[in-house]
Design a protein around this ligand. Structure first.
Ligand SMILES: [Zn+2]
Length: 470
């Protein structure tokens, strides 16, 4: 029996999908104004792995993950760069997929963009106005009346009185009540805008996820997921406006992942303590990054440090060593073992761990125990046992978590890069011997632009790669 912690009830509940055998889930995706960092990657990796597990358990899964492609940060960044905001957002989406791919994250079934759903957004807002849940301010802004929705605060566990204490009406806002939030905002001069019955403007942040999720998955669906920093106000508001609009339950289960911290502080672009996922991948490799994200329970915070990452990298390398050693006996023709009681027991333990609110640390520990057993079986010459273990890791448990799943191409790629760099440095040394300094200096300068620093020492030239943006 699969049980998950439902943020809405605050309890671990048995997972019973709305339609037998099917799971419809929506995960809030990134606002595409920068490259993704390790903190952004956590929900993507965790909920992709959860979806793989649901499939392993026999469910058919329809997964939606959106891109917020209209936002102040996107507009500001595009203006700084002097490019069109839409083109900029499109480029960032392409970069997201590049990183996600390299991290071994499968694409969702649908990746909607906010600006493709403006028509649906307007339709919901109009419905909310018609039902008396929303009102139009004199400047054309539209607000949701929080107090009209009974049960506001139930998802985040906040009471109206508590919320009142921190609520303000900012200058220029024409809210009736400080708790109300914007569904539609009048465009400021120079901003992108869409026509609407109320004014030229753009959607508020929360309404987009209601429109995209309900259009693609229906008015009620099984799981709504995202980072715990989204519980309030984003998910609270999403729930309120969706249920006010349809009169039905919006998401049956709410799942939230914890934050990544650096020295105790949340990793976030606004704090400036971020570690880009592509730098993490370059430095530690895919499996180490995934291991880092999955070896703690998804709801717990995780502390990120280069030391921790190096430990994970070493653990991954040792595991690969054992797997490679076994594989090398068969090249690419590793046989399929006959399933037996022992394998079934291992599978039961794996499923039992993940059935308990997706306890990946337990499942990961099980995989690493199996690695130990693999080494022992090989030492003992127990080929049959070794084959069973290999099969469980590489073809069954690994693929569910995306660990030891794909080949470690990165290691080889680095080997080529290093070889090429050594070759260039050797050629430059030859040029220097022939006193062709202009060419040698040009090579040094161009490598520097690429982040490779050459140092000419008495013993010869050494090089180091300077990581950027870390
Ligand atoms: Zn969202």
């Amino acid at each position: 029996m699969l049980r998950i912690m439902n943020t809405f009830t605050g309890k671990k509940e048995e997972f019973v999908p709305l339609k037998d055998g099917w799971v419809r889930m929506y995960v809030c995706g990134p606002t595409v104004y920068s490259l993704i960092h390790v903190g952004n990657a956590r929900p993507a990796v965790v909920f992709d792995a959860f979806r793989r597990y649901l499939e392993y358990r026999g469910y058919k899964v329809v997964m939606v993950q959106n891109f917020t492609d209209i936002d102040d940060k996107i507009i500001n960044r595009a203006n700084e760069l002097g490019v069109d905001w839409y083109d900029f957002a499109s480029a960032m989406i392409a970069e997201y997929f590049r990183d996600a791919n390299e991290l071994g994250i499968r694409s969702a079934n649908f990746h909607p963009r906010t600006t493709d759903y403006v028509k649906e957004i307007i339709q919901i807002i109009q419905g909310l106005i018609d039902k008396g849940y929303a009102y139009v301010a004199s400047n054309g802004d539209v607000y949701f009346s929080v107090r009209k929705f009974e049960g506001y605060g139930q998802l985040s566990g906040k009471k109206i009185e508590e919320l009142m204490a921190g609520a303000r009406i900012e200058p220029g806002e024409e809210k009736k009540d400080p708790l109300d939030f914007a569904l539609w905002k009048a465009a400021k001069p120079g901003e992108p805008w869409w026509d609407s019955p109320w004014c030229k403007g753009r959607p508020g942040w929360h309404i987009e996820c209601s429109a995209m999720s309900m259009t693609l998955l229906g008015e009620s669906f099984d799981i709504h997921a995202g980072g715990e920093d989204l519980v309030f106000p984003h998910h609270e508001n999403e729930r309120a406006q969706s249920e006010a609009y349809t009169g039905k339950i919006f998401a049956k289960y709410w799942m939230h992942n914890g934050m990544i911290r650096i020295k105790g502080e949340k990793m976030s672009k606004s704090i400036g303590n971020i570690f880009l996922i592509r730098n993490a991948l370059r430095a530690f490799g895919r499996d180490a990054v995934r291991l880092f994200l999955l070896s703690k329970h998804y709801r717990s915070p995780i502390d990120f440090s280069e030391d921790i990452m190096r430990d994970h990298k070493r653990a991954v390398e040792r595991a690969w060593e054992a797997l490679r050693k076994f594989e090398s006996r068969y090249e690419d023709l590793v046989p399929v073992p006959k399933r037996d009681q022992w394998m079934e027991e291992k599978k039961e333990a794996f499923v039992e761990a993940l059935d308990d609110d997706f306890n990946t640390p337990k499942a990961v520990a099980l995989i690493f125990d199996l690695i130990k057993e693999l080494n022992k079986a090989m030492d003992d010459g127990n080929e049959d046992k070794a084959l069973k273990i290999y099969h469980l890791i590489r073809r069954e448990f690994g693929p569910v978590l995306g660990l030891f799943d794909l080949e470690e191409e990165r290691e080889e790629a680095t080997g080529i890069e290093e070889g090429l760099l050594n070759l260039i440095v050797d050629i430059r040394s030859e040029l220097r011997k022939e006193k062709r300094f202009d060419l040698a200096d040009s090579i040094r300068d161009r490598l520097k632009d690429m982040g490779v620093i050459l140092k000419d020492t008495r013993e010869g030239t050494i090089w180091e790669v300077k990581r950027k943006n870390v």
